[in-house]
Design a protein around this ligand. Structure first.
Ligand code: 5AD
Ligand code: SF4
Length: 514
């Protein structure tokens, strides 16, 4: 099936089948709606095979579309979105557009959105409000909404009703269609909406313009099949699809050859890498074991799910070398009862056992985590179990959140007897513990020498350099600008809650690969 036939069939499917509601809701705009999102469709997990495409090309008719025009992309949310922005920037550049970091100068503005919590969404609606005046001043300006929010029908409805300054909405599975969507938006007076809810494909050769040349992201898989009861990601990012190992290894080799010092393997649940391969039992441990042979100083991965963190992966990570000794392992709660309602599929004890195994294999590992407080009906005792787990594991840092109901997820339908004030108070108590633990972990670095990959000037002081250690600790230090992009040795002179200060002592030559 070619692109057009496929689009046509999706259009029919959406209008006729499970997406009747969206078709009805959008009827008065229907001409402009190519495909509208449906969370119900997005939830389906079929057995169809993943198709791999290696034939992306900008069609002749679109070449030069961006000549004399500038694009601006604002990115919200996780690294996956940051990386998608790099791909969209690549497509824009291939079309002849130039980048700008000023909205006033842009001919196209895209908001690459995040749907993980309500406040992330509110920021986007706020920004759309701000952009309205630009559209009034420059009627030819195109404003687009993409990323996870565009996969939600409630968001698309709200934009249709309230934000007529928006010209195009496209989904996370439609990024490669950006040239067609732009063309359509230039030609149509209506809002162009193209959001596929189900996508089983992996598109390999999309162009990319990476931000910076020191650290690079490499997707290893897309989507998530875990369906934790609070989480919108399996709906907005589709089913788990792993990239072929050859493509990943090739991309990492290329980055190494270009002088990148660090790569982070990306996926919503990287530990499920390979589970969708019918024809092989190749998993994340096997991939890491091959990647560590590549001559690149640092390799990281994010984000892990404890459930799929297998012994072979631990064994491979224990080989060290360019595999960094920092693991981000979201636990979400310390209470087995809450974990069950979250559908995390592990208990407190199983999580602690995993931590024990990791520490035996990698004694010098830094563990960090994600925690949600105030889950529906969370009791004081259950919250206290999260506090005690935090101490028992000895996490060095955490991202902490108040639970935010996401329409369409099972948790959003749960009754909740925990008042917001109580949730806020729990978050404060947890954050106090997180800060104290981070400060304690950092105190151990006083007068120590650490290896820092220097990223550039510090955010707060242009005369000071900043970078991260192997264990992802931020270090601000005095040193020459020539150190940027290199791994250097820094002596720590002061420790704070979230960062270290120090003085550079020498450049560091990382040992060869293992
Ligand atoms: N409410 C609050 N936090 C959430 N997260 C995911 N969904 C929600 C939600 N509905 C958090 C989890 C996850 C991190 C990326 O965001 O902790 O690990
Ligand atoms: Fe969301 Fe992560 Fe759970 Fe997947 S594993 S549903 S991305 S929290």
């Amino acid at each position: 099936m070619n692109e057009e036939q496929r689009l046509e069939s999706q259009k029919v499917e959406n209008a006729n089948s499970s997406d009747k509601k969206s078709a009805k809701d959008y009827s008065k705009y229907f001409e402009s709606v190519v495909t509208a999102p449906s969370l119900k469709d997005a939830k389906q997990r079929g057995k169809e095979e993943v198709k791999y495409h290696n034939d992306f090309a900008i069609p002749e008719e679109f070449r030069g579309m961006g000549n004399g025009r500038k694009f601006y992309i604002r990115t919200y949310g996780c690294q996956m979105n940051e990386h998608d922005t790099e791909v969209m920037a690549g497509i824009f550049m291939a079309l002849g557009y130039e980048p700008t970091d000023r909205t006033e100068e842009a001919h196209v503005i895209l908001l690459n959105t995040c749907a993980i919590r309500e406040n992330a969404e509110n920021k986007v609606f706020g920004e759309l409000g701000h952009l309205k005046h630009l559209k009034v001043e420059k009627p030819d300006l195109l404003i687009g909404v993409c990323g996870c929010m565009s996969q939600e029908e409630s968001v698309v409805n709200k934009i249709l009703k309230t934000y007529n300054q928006v010209d195009m909405i496209f989904g996370t599975h439609n990024i490669h269609r950006l040239p067609n969507i732009l063309k359509e938006a230039y030609m149509s007076k209506e809002m162009v909406i193209e959001v596929w809810s189900k996508e089983g494909d992996v598109i390999e050769n999309l162009p990319k313009v990476r931000r910076g040349n020191i650290k690079g992201w490499v997707n290893i898989m897309y989507g998530c099949d875990k369906f934790c009861t609070y989480c919108i990601v399996p709906y907005t990012r589709g089913k788990e699809r792993s990239r072929r190992k050859e493509e990943i290894i090739h991309e990492v080799r290329q980055l190494a050859a270009q002088g990148y010092q660090e790569i982070t393997l990306l996926g919503q649940n990287v530990n499920a890498y390979g589970k969708d391969f019918d024809d092989s039992s190749y998993r994340l441990g096997d991939l890491m074991d091959e990647l560590r042979m590549i001559d690149i100083p640092r390799i990281r991965f994010t984000t892990s799910h404890p459930r799929d963190f297998d012994d072979h992966l631990i064994e491979v990570l224990a080989k060290g070398g360019n595999l960094m000794n920092h693991i981000h392992l979201p636990v979400q709660s310390g209470s087995t009862e809450v974990l069950k309602i979250m559908a995390r599929k592990y208990t407190r004890e199983q999580y602690l056992e995993l931590v024990r195994k990791i520490r035996v294999a990698i004694p010098d590992v830094a563990l960090t985590t994600d925690i949600i407080v105030g889950y529906p009906n969370e009791t004081e005792e259950q919250f206290e179990e999260t506090m005690s787990l935090y101490q028992e594991v000895g996490f060095e840092a955490a991202y902490t959140y108040i639970y935010s109901p996401r329409e369409g997820t099972p948790a959003a339908k749960m009754e909740d007897n925990v008042p917001l004030e109580v949730k806020k108070e729990r978050l404060q108590r947890l954050n106090a513990l997180v800060n104290e633990s981070s400060a304690d972990a950092l105190k151990k670095y006083q007068d120590q020498i650490v290896e820092v990959l220097v990223e550039g000037a510090s955010k707060n002081n242009p005369d000071v350099l900043a970078g991260y250690t192997n264990k992802s600790k931020l270090v601000n230090f005095v040193g020459p600008k020539t150190a940027i992009g290199k791994i250097v040795k820094v002596k720590i002179t002061q420790t704070k809650t979230w960062s270290l200060n120090g003085d550079m002592i020498e450049e560091f030559e990382p040992a060869g690969v293992n």
